[in-house]
Ligand binder design. Structure first.
Ligand code: F6R
Length: 622
């Protein structure tokens, strides 16, 4: 969603804020703004609609703004359209015109999240004489802080605490108060926020990549805590206003990993990072040829005790769950349900201590996944998170966590985190099968050895990307694409279809191949593209038959299959071959050509691959 940054120190704040925001642009990008303060002088606000570059141009790359303390924001609109007046920062007083200029108000701030009871709070503030210039819930939030600050003549920490008690929803908030030059106050609930210090300077951000270049020593501020930030210093307070100590975490991500490194887009770079992401993740889970999940604290007893597994996630992470379902059921013989987090949280699913709920999330901050995790814990289930971002909320709240080692993922469309999640789930499936006596040691060792071959096989697929680039130019003007498959191939189709539609804006659907005949086949007409995923030995002939049914209604066919199934070529218009691996691990290989196809199709259509319209990387609102 929106990105938040802050800086206070000895250097000019605006260029640092712009640089940090540029690394968060993937979170939201319909407008951006800065508030910067020069010593005791009033803060100055500058806002621009559209991409961050407009704000950078407006401020001469930040050079035009004097001051060593400031906050910045990139917006993904929730309340109010993406106009200049709705762009952040917002102020507690009145605001004319575009909202840019000197801030005479008491409080100025930026916010990420959604305030659910904002209408009720706005009414209260209207009754107390406040007026509103924007349609945002952020303005309500800031005016509420201002109301408590003035009414009770209390300091910023207590005013923010009173606001937090009154507000429902999720937020990460950074505020500057006129009476506190050089300081920033931050608070959060269910929306990420980190604070880092180094050499007398302090940084604040909603996401790690923003400040990785400046510091690796960070604090994860907890829910309903306030941070008071001064140059090189930060103090944390709980809801009572009492000081609390927070542990400092070192971020081990390589700062270069958050740069494009010569690739045209982050997505292409991240597609190419998959062999490393998969290898690093496997190496963290398999040591000396043996599975070692000890870092997660998960015990063999817990794995043995599980009678039911529920996998809960959103989007691509949910697709990992769909693939994992086939693998866990197939190897370990355990019943698995895969639930969308946004549905799971409102269902009355029976859960108990023998249910293992696995929450999969790259960011570890997705609002629905976090809520689902909390529901699972409340109902007594054991919880395991598979998460990429160290220290994220889901990672901290789950009973156990397995980290994927994909490094920072910047492109909105996930690739390397998906692949890292997939192999983590595969290792877990092998371990479940092994400790539950469903698999002998020889089979376990064979599967583990096979998993270790995946990075090289992914590399081999990447070496042949030109064929997909060529094919994507042929399909760039297609209107509809159907991805079909059975079993694990259906799970792969789901991910292939999402990748395609989210970055190419071509309508696409994934269907279980056997289900087409029950309605959807009526959509097939001349030249509709049908992509059949044919990696499962026992199912591929059946899917191929379903493809033929589409072909006889005019469809144009692409088949994705493994080396050896050369007869597929006789039936379809374009075939993509991938190396063989164990059937249970095919998703790790089959997804690569589908990612490349989506990527090149988006490029061919001249679209913004890394920042597709209407999307944000980390969905921290419901
Ligand atoms: C699609 C994509 C999204 C995410 C989903 C969950 O390419 O990236 O569908 O998978 O928003 O996000 P996380 O994994 O951060 O919980």
């Amino acid at each position: 969603m929106c990105g938040i940054v802050g800086y206070t120190g000895r250097r000019k704040a605006a260029p640092i804020l712009l640089d940090a925001l540029s690394r968060l642009e993937y979170r939201g990008y319909d407008s951006a703004g800065l508030a910067v303060r020069d010593g005791e002088k009033l803060a100055e606000v500058v806002k621009a609609t559209g991409k961050l570059i407009h704000l950078a141009d407006k401020t001469d790359q930040g050079r035009a703004l004097e001051g060593n303390c400031g906050i910045g924001h990139t917006r993904w609109a929730t309340h109010g359209d993406p106009s200049l007046i709705n762009a952040h920062p917002h102020v507690s007083g009145n605001c004319s015109g575009s909202g840019s200029g000197e801030v005479e108000s008491e409080v100025v701030g930026v916010h990420n999240g959604i305030i659910e009871n904002f209408a009720e709070l706005k009414d209260k503030l209207l009754r107390h004489g406040y007026t509103f210039y924007s349609e945002t819930d952020t303005e309500v939030l800031i005016k509420l802080v201002d109301y408590y600050y003035r009414k009770y003549k209390i300091g910023p920490v207590d005013a923010i605490n009173r606001m937090m008690v009154r507000v429902r929803g999720s937020y990460a908030l950074a505020l500057m108060f006129r009476d506190y030059p050089g300081e920033i106050f931050a608070a959060r609930k269910d929306s990420p926020m980190i604070i880092g210090t180094k050499d007398g300077e302090t940084y604040l951000a909603s996401d790690v990549p923003a400040i990785l270049k400046y510091t690796r020593e960070v604090y994860y501020i907890d829910n309903l805590q306030v941070a008071r930030i001064a140059p090189g210093q930060v103090t944390f307070y709980d809801l009572n206003g009492d000081e609390v100590e927070l542990p400092r975490t070192e971020i081990t991500w390589d700062a270069a990993a958050a740069e494009r490194g010569g690739f045209e887009h982050f997505m292409l770079k991240e597609i190419h990072e998959q062999p490393a992401a998969v290898r690093d993740t496997l190496n963290s889970l398999i040591r000396d040829g043996r599975i070692d999940l000890s870092a997660s604290g998960l015990t063999e007893e817990e794995l043995r005790a599980a009678e039911q597994i529920d996998i809960v996630a959103c989007g691509s992470a949910w697709h990992v769950g769909m693939a994992a379902q086939y693998v866990i059921e197939g190897l370990a013989g355990l019943p698995v349900r895969v639930e969308l987090a946004s549905e799971f949280r409102y269902r009355q699913l029976p859960l108990n201590e023998r249910t293992l709920v696995i929450v999969i999330s790259q960011s570890g901050e997705t609002a629905d996944s976090l809520a689902a995790l909390r529901v699972a814990k409340e109902r007594g289930a054991k919880t395991l998170a598979i998460v990429n971002v160290i220290g994220s909320t889901i990672a901290r709240e789950a009973d156990h966590v397995l980290y994927t080692l994909a490094g920072p993922e910047i492109a909105v469309a996930t690739t390397k985190a998906y692949s890292a999640q997939l192999v983590t789930a595969d290792v877990l499936a092998v371990e479940l099968a092994s400790v539950r006596g469903m698999m002998d040691d020889a089979r376990r060792d064979e599967l583990l050895a096979e998993l270790m071959t995946l990075p090289d096989k992914i590399n081999r697929i990447l070496e042949e990307k030109e064929r997909l680039q060529w094919f994507s130019s042929k399909i760039a003007n297609t209107h509809d694409i159907f991805f079909i498959g059975r079993g694990l191939d259906y799970a792969i189709s789901l991910e292939g279809s999402l990748k395609m539609k989210e970055i190419s804006y071509i309508h696409s659907e994934a269907y279980a191949a056997g289900e087409l005949k029950h309605g959807t086949i009526s959509l097939i007409e001349n030249n509709t593209l049908v992509i059949g995923v044919l990696t499962q030995n026992d199912l591929y002939e059946k899917t191929l038959s379903n493809m033929m049914e589409c072909k006889s209604r005019g469809a144009y066919l692409m088949g994705l299959t493994t080396n050896g199934h050369f007869s597929v070529e006789d039936s379809v218009n374009f075939t993509v071959y991938i190396p063989k691996t164990d059937g249970f691990f095919m998703a790790s290989l089959a997804v690569i050509p589908l990612q490349l196809l989506a990527y090149y199709t988006s490029v061919n259509r001249g679209l913004d691959v890394d920042k597709p319209r209407n999307l944000a990387k980390s969905v921290t609102v419901e």
